[in-house]
Design a protein. Structure first.
Length: 540
């Protein structure tokens, strides 16, 4: 008796060559918006140019190869030395049941979606291409079969190097890109291109750039620019070299381009940066005074508000004030500021043009909750970087100690923070946003009332209607009063006499704590330290 064991065959793909061409294009040749109706392989044999695949740009030169999916549009151009290349158009087919069918996108997992391919050694790739092209028009049956086999060998050669990689392969490429980043940082003066970096890592460009961005958060040439700028800062502070010499040393062609890129990255000119680090600078920095004082810098003028008052918690009683809502900023000239630092929302108070010409002007991005980064940027701009880490470490140690104390005293009890004016009540958000949430709920580990997470989840604060106020049965309430809407003195405090307010559990249990408006409505490190002190005074 004979036993027949059936063994299934894994469904594989057959790649059918539709056309192969070896084209030569003259200098400055151009072809726009070409639609590829079949899957296409492109191999550059000489010359240079550029290629755009669905808007993604690639540089063309000898030794480069590309995959263009069916249905994709491309634009291509040659440079002064012309361009020679092979085109291959093919289709993937598979055996389904008892017949062959065209395999739409089932083969794409073996190739990148589109873009540059790895084909090494390129000489072997050329051998396949020349052989296929030489036999493409043969009428000999054996020659035609050999032609087909050579094409399958070329596809195998490409797929082996470009197939979806295993986790270990991905890890190896990740490590190779990391090593190329370290190499670039060491040799930052070189005229790097993305292609050169990818070649150094032995990773295809189409894979290199996404991995680079995953590691650094930036694309390669942006990152290289920052490496060069950081090195230039060191040279500006440690040497007396001219800007021309520094520009040449770090890899920029001339001092004007260097100065422009420096100002784009840092926010001020390299000359201003050097002067700020050479001694005390007379600074006007409205709404950044908290960071200045933390760094040991006294502003020449501090801002004030006709309803909010002055940031008294900073201890700047001897520093002149300027009311941004009422006074002429031109009066600043008598205080002789050497540097002005403002937020990108400054024009809610005054026109930016009113400050121009008074002193070099730096506009800081509104970093809000990321006060650590604001502190670092301020210290870097004003020549006080040496104490930043100690300031941050002191705050974090203080917050950690406070959190342990509060964990014992208010475990399971809920907290909310309200900003109250004559016309509105605002509930401040949870642990990720706002003046208060990151300190109360993240740094100190207090429990936000459910309304905080439910209503102000995606916003820094939300207006609280009387109906929702009645549901605010938090165990503890921190409140501060905003006088900006008040017409009559004390008008913002009328809420405290209302039945709705008096019926709240925190009010009944005398667990409502009034805090200073400008101390709590602030993102500064001194402000945040004061918030911790205020919380410990009433809850620990």
């Amino acid at each position: 008796m004979t036993n027949h064991v059936e063994q299934s065959t894994y469904r594989t793909l057959i790649y059918i060559l539709k056309n192969i061409q070896h084209d030569a294009h003259s200098p400055d040749w151009r072809e726009e918006n070409q639609l590829h109706e079949g899957s296409t392989l492109l191999f550059i044999t000489s010359g240079t140019g550029k290629l755009a695949i669905d808007g993604m740009s690639y540089g063309l030169e000898r030794g480069k190869s590309y995959f263009i999916p069916s249905g994709t549009r491309t634009s291509m151009a040659s440079f002064q030395d012309g361009l020679k290349l092979y085109w291959i158009i093919f289709e993937p087919w598979t055996y389904e049941g008892s017949h062959f069918i065209k395999a739409d996108d089932t083969y794409s997992s073996l190739l990148p979606c589109q873009g540059e391919l790895i084909c090494r050694p390129y000489s072997q790739c050329m051998d396949y291409l020349e052989s296929i092209h030489r036999h493409c028009s043969t009428h000999d049956e054996l020659g035609a079969f050999y032609h087909h086999v050579q094409f399958q060998e070329l596809i195998r050669f490409i797929l082996e190097q470009n197939r979806n990689r295993s986790a270990q392969d991905e890890k190896s490429m990740h490590e190779a890109v990391k090593q190329s980043i370290e190499h670039m940082k060491q040799y930052y003066q070189a005229s790097w291109t993305v292609d050169q970096l990818a070649d150094w890592a032995n990773v295809a460009r189409w894979h290199y750039t996404p991995l680079f961005k995953e590691i650094t958060g930036q694309v390669p040439l942006e990152y290289l620019n920052e490496v060069r700028i950081e090195r230039s800062k060191q040279l500006l502070l440690r040497t007396h070299d001219r800007l021309y010499d520094i520009a040449q040393h770090i890899g920029f062609n001339n001092e004007y381009y260097f100065s422009r890129r420096f100002k784009q990255t840092v926010g001020i000119s390299p000359g201003r940066y050097r002067r700020n680090h050479q001694g005390s600078v007379r600074v006007f920095a409205p709404f950044f005074e908290d960071f200045l004082v933390a760094l040991g810098i006294t502003p020449v003028v501090q801002c004030t508000h006709d309803k909010w008052g002055t940031q008294d918690y900073l201890g700047l009683q001897d520093v002149p004030t300027m009311n941004l809502t009422a006074e002429d900023v031109g009066a600043l000239s008598c205080h002789k500021p050497e540097f002005i630092m403002i937020g990108d929302d400054f024009e809610r108070w005054r026109l930016l043009t009113q400050l121009e010409g008074l002193a070099p002007l730096y506009m800081a991005s509104h970093l809000a909750e990321n006060w650590r980064l604001t502190l670092r940027k301020t210290a870097d701009l004003l020549g006080k970087p040496e104490h930043v880490q100690d300031i941050i470490a002191h705050y974090e140690s203080k917050a950690h100690t406070a959190q342990k104390l509060l964990r014992r005293s208010v475990r399971g009890q809920t907290v909310a923070c309200l900003r109250i004016s004559a016309r509105q009540i605002f509930l401040y958000a949870g642990p990720e946003q706002g003046f208060t949430g990151p300190i109360l709920y993240k740094d100190l580990g207090l429990t936000p009332h459910p309304l905080v997470l439910r209503m102000a989840n995606q916003m820094r604060r939300i207006e609280l209607s009387p109906e929702w106020l009645a549901r605010l049965d938090a165990d503890h309430l921190f409140i501060t009063f905003d006088k900006s809407d008040s017409v009559v003195e004390g008008e913002e405090r009328r809420l405290l006499q209302s039945p709705a307010w008096l019926s709240l559990p925190a009010v009944k249990n005398q667990c409502v704590y009034e805090v200073d408006f400008l101390t709590w409505m602030n993102y500064g490190v001194i402000s945040n330290n004061k918030k911790i002190d205020d919380v410990l005074n009433v809850l620990a």
